[in-house]
Design a binder for this molecule. Structure first.
Ligand code: HEC
Ligand code: HEC
Ligand code: HEC
Ligand code: HEC
Ligand code: HEC
Ligand code: HEC
Ligand code: HEC
Ligand code: HEC
Length: 674
């Protein structure tokens, strides 16, 4: 990416990132920027003016006009910056607009407050303190291709030293030290933010901390994205984009309205509450509290929204405001919401306040007209219109017949407040927030009692087999995000056509990793009378999972690698033949694929303690691959499966066929916009 396209991309941030949600910044914004540029000009943002603005400097000014926002490392005392000073240079909580905060609700709903308090919703966005930060700021320095940084502490504050992420905007290269003031995420990973010194605008620290791996990784490595996809600065993205779904009533509040380059002027952002609190799901609570205190006698009914008492569509849309793909209806509306917060109110139709994105023509037109381009569609969906990225469960649910013809809602399976007498620890519930037992067939059988779907006559597997579980055939792990495969929330049935025509791995071959598409087609025909699709020689003779892992595109490689570490698939397919395929993926050009392959290898005891750093120096990766091959070669060669998984009759890998396949690898750039 050259400098001027970065400038363009930067300018486009404020607009496009209100529209689409990305956790990483990408070269895609360059393309988007081209389209948005016209809009930007129409809004009166001057390109010339933008170019002539002096470099961003950490200023002593903030919106209140006082001089407290001193955040430059140069002036910091050894114990850090006075916390009061930091307060004026980061977003703050301000109530109003009918929002009263979770503290208020707790006074009368202690039980619900307790369950919510245990959820990752609550801790989605936090002020950085020794209690909330789990990244290891231990003074270590590290580098990766394209950057380096040092993470350390000053007293109770967390600091980072790095190349100024804004140097592409300012043209001035410099090393800076900044305090971390906010965090995003608490379950799988944590992202950190520092004040840029313009009002309450934040910049993103270029490294992210993985919680269970206890590992720092460059931000781009957290996504499935092409290695050469440039990364622009993240300046102000928190204020313009993340706050919509990660806080309660977030407001961007660009200073001076929308006629100025937002990034340089800064944003005076406010939220009702950090994290996703009661009122994000129940609506603003002021009138409810007054009603319950007898202050609104004229009201006939309680104005608070109880999601389980409204229609399945309306309750799912409450979740869909964040767990679905939507864009603004118009630029005017976008600006209004950026000032006042979302206009969506729980209980109302989501489509009244947002354009609900589907993979269809009207959406395409809307996106084009809006100026954000159709990349949202190509980066988020399979080509048959099924959503393929995490965090967009409503977009999948919405396309399921169980929802459109039945009453399925998020609450069919999830609960936000498990009952107090439940034996399951809250910590266990918090992971996926499912109702007790709803990770099993019961989730489906609550409605599908008409046919005997549990019987072998339907599943063709023994009743206790993992191959008989409804989810495994009808909601396989074909979406990807947070560096893992996740169950699709669009209910569908396995077919060979989805694999040959759309490229989506089908449920049967995601468990039967050693079997060909031909094998699946034959059984689908004899068991379910599904007409077979045409197959080529390789699809008839080589296992589908091997084809995805070796010659598939990056999306397919990631899913194949993930399933090689999935226990039910390992049981169905055996594991003896798997290591060489995962070993080769340790050298994959995509960081996300390397990570998943490494994690899957670690599920196999001989490779548990393999030394390998998926974001470390590429020169060290072949060594790890060699090590796996060595161990594998040394083990018994009585292996199940032969030709289909590229083994010779003596149990060794057929290197020649492997290499031939690998040369055919599909290198189409894949970016999954989670
Ligand atoms: C002054 C006490 C009080 C406060 C404060 C209060 N509530 Fe309530 N709330 C009640 C009472 C009383 C009921 C009715 C009995 C019940 O369901 O517990 C109720 C019911 C509810 C219901 C269920 C409504 C239904 O249809 O079943 C929800 C949801 C709710 N409150 C949410 C909230 C939220 C969110 C807040 C904070 C914004 C809040 N409440 C603050 C007293 C209060
Ligand atoms: C449209 C709503 C939306 C927007 C905008 C959004 N996110 Fe998210 N984010 C989600 C949802 C939903 C999840 C949970 C996804 C899941 O579990 O797959 C999530 C999860 C995450 C996580 C993982 C949290 C954890 O505990 O492991 C991180 C990190 C994250 N988002 C960062 C960001 C950043 C940074 C931005 C702004 C650039 C952003 N998100 C913007 C909806 C959004
Ligand atoms: C992420 C969305 C979400 C958040 C955040 C949330 N709730 Fe709920 N709440 C729900 C849903 C959905 C239900 C319906 C019952 C269920 O989930 O099983 C509900 C039900 C309720 C009820 C009705 C009684 C019950 O337990 O079913 C009350 C009262 C309530 N919530 C209060 C609160 C309070 C107080 C908070 C904050 C401390 C809060 N909720 C946070 C989604 C949410
Ligand atoms: C204001 C935005 C918002 C709303 C409304 C919302 N969510 Fe979330 N949800 C998120 C974000 C962001 C995360 C990521 C939290 C994390 O994992 O740190 C998340 C996480 C989750 C998770 C995964 C928890 C985990 O970490 O494993 C589930 C399940 C979930 N939400 C379900 C729901 C349901 C069901 C509703 C509606 C009743 C709902 N959410 C409403 C934003 C929202
Ligand atoms: C038929 C049951 C069912 C329905 C309906 C359902 N979910 Fe889920 N959901 C699940 C199961 C099971 C999991 C665990 C998936 C896994 O382990 O990959 C899950 C996981 C999730 C996660 C966590 C994904 C992650 O990061 O691992 C989120 C977020 C989520 N659901 C949100 C929603 C929302 C929002 C809705 C409504 C739009 C919804 N779900 C509807 C069953 C359901
Ligand atoms: C709230 C009720 C409800 C729940 C829960 C539910 N379904 Fe459905 N489902 C329906 C209805 C209604 C239809 C449409 C009519 C029919 O085929 O029975 C349907 C249709 C289907 C279809 C046909 C889809 C198609 O495109 O042809 C499948 C397959 C299916 N459901 C499987 C499942 C599975 C598996 C689960 C659990 C993960 C599930 N359903 C959960 C109500 C539900
Ligand atoms: C969650 C994993 C899983 C899924 C999904 C799955 N199976 Fe199986 N399958 C198994 C397991 C495990 C066995 C071993 C015997 C048993 O447990 O029933 C098996 C056995 C079989 C067998 C008999 C043994 C053999 O290898 O010849 C056939 C045929 C079969 N499955 C076909 C399919 C087809 C076709 C699909 C898709 C419609 C499918 N399976 C989906 C796990 C799965
Ligand atoms: C081994 C894979 C497999 C398992 C396990 C499985 N199904 Fe199916 N199911 C299928 C296939 C394949 C079809 C599609 C048949 C067709 O297209 O005609 C299907 C179709 C359906 C349908 C659509 C209506 C119909 O009768 O055609 C429903 C509903 C359904 N399954 C429910 C369930 C439920 C509920 C469970 C769990 C108890 C379940 N299935 C388990 C493979 C499976």
């Amino acid at each position: 990416m050259n400098r001027s396209s970065l400038l363009l991309a930067a300018l486009a941030f404020a607009v496009t990132l209100l529209v689409t949600r990305h956790r990483g910044s990408t070269a895609r914004s360059t393309i988007v920027a081209g389209v948005v540029f016209g809009v930007v000009l129409a809004l009166g943002w001057s390109w010339q003016r933008f170019l002539s603005v002096s470099p961003i400097q950490i200023s002593k000014q903030n919106s209140a006009g006082d001089d407290s926002a001193v955040v430059s490392g140069d002036v910091a005392s050894p114990s850090g910056v006075n916390p009061v000073e930091l307060l004026s240079s980061r977003p703050i909580e301000v109530l109003g607009g009918g929002y009263v905060s979770s503290d208020r609700c707790e006074q009368c709903h202690a039980a619900q407050h307790k369950t919510w308090h245990a959820s990752y919703h609550r801790t989605m966005t936090q002020v950085a303190t020794t209690k909330t930060v789990f990244g290891e700021f231990d003074g270590r320095e590290f580098d990766w291709p394209g950057g380096s940084c040092r993470v350390f502490r000053r007293g109770d504050q967390f600091w980072i030293e790095m190349d100024d992420p804004d140097e592409s905007l300012t043209g001035v290269e410099k090393r800076i030290e900044r305090p971390v003031v906010m965090t995003t995420g608490s379950h799988h990973m944590q992202v950190y933010w520092y004040p840029i010194g313009k009002q309450r605008s934040l910049g993103q620290v270029p490294v992210v901390f993985l919680k269970s791996e206890k590992k720092w990784i460059p931000r781009n490595a957290a996504f499935l994205m092409p290695p050469d996809m440039g990364s622009g600065p993240e300046t102000s993205r928190w204020n313009a984009a993340c706050l919509w779904c990660h806080t309660t009533r977030g407001r961007t509040r660009p200073v001076g309205g929308f006629d100025q380059p937002l990034q340089l002027v800064g944003m005076d952002s406010q939220v009702a509450e950090f994290g996703i609190a009661c009122e994000a799901c129940h609506g603003p609570g002021d009138r409810h509290v007054r009603y319950r205190n007898g202050k609104l006698p004229e009201l006939k009914s309680d104005p608070i929204v109880e999601p389980s008492r409204i229609s399945h569509q309306r309750s799912s849309q409450i979740c869909g405001q964040c767990h679905g793909l939507t864009v603004s209806h118009s630029r005017r509306h976008l600006e209004l919401e950026a000032m006042n917060g979302t206009s969506f109110r729980p209980g109302e139709a989501l489509s009244a306040s947002r354009w609900v994105v589907r993979y269809d023509q009207p959406t395409k037109q809307h996106l084009e007209q809006f100026g954000s381009g159709v990349s949202m569609l190509t980066d988020s969906f399979w080509q048959d219109g099924m959503i393929r990225v995490s965090g967009r469960e409503f977009t999948g649910l919405m396309e399921s017949r169980c929802y459109s013809e039945g009453q399925m809602s998020c609450l069919s399976c999830h609960t936000m407040h498990p009952p107090e007498d439940e034996s399951r620890p809250l910590l266990e519930w918090a992971n996926d927030q499912l109702k007790l037992g709803m990770d099993q067939d019961q989730a489906c059988l609550q409605c599908h009692q008409d046919g005997d779907y549990t019987a072998q006559s339907h599943t063709h597997h023994a009743s206790q087999s993992m191959g008989s579980r409804c989810y495994n055939c009808h909601a396989p792990h074909t979406t990807f995000g947070l560096l893992k495969a996740i169950r699709s929330h669009q209910v569908s049935s396995p077919s060979v056509a989805e694999s040959t025509q759309v490229g989506r791995p089908n449920a049967c071959n995601l468990c039967h990793l050693d079997k060909t598409l031909q094998w699946t087609a034959d059984y689908l025909k004899s068991w379910y009378q599904i007409e077979p699709s045409p197959l080529d020689d390789q699809q008839r003779s080589i296992s589908a999972a091997v084809l995805w892992a070796v010659k598939g595109d990056a999306g397919q490689r990631a899913l194949a690698a993930w399933h090689m570490g999935w226990r039910p698939a390992q049981e169905a397919s055996g594991t003896e033949w798997i290591p060489p395929f995962l070993a080769d993926l340790l050298l994959d050009p995509y960081a996300a694929v390397r990570f998943v392959a490494f994690k899957s290898l670690a599920t196999l005891p001989p490779y548990e303690s393999l030394e390998y750093d998926f974001v470390g120096q590429p020169g060290t990766w072949p060594e790890a691959k060699e090590r796996v091959s060595e161990i594998w070669e040394g083990r018994s060669r009585r292996r199940s499966g032969f030709g289909e998984v590229l083994l010779n009759p003596d149990g060794r890998l057929d290197e020649q066929r492997f290499d031939t396949l690998k040369k055919m690898r599909d290198d189409t750039p894949i970016y999954l916009a989670e």
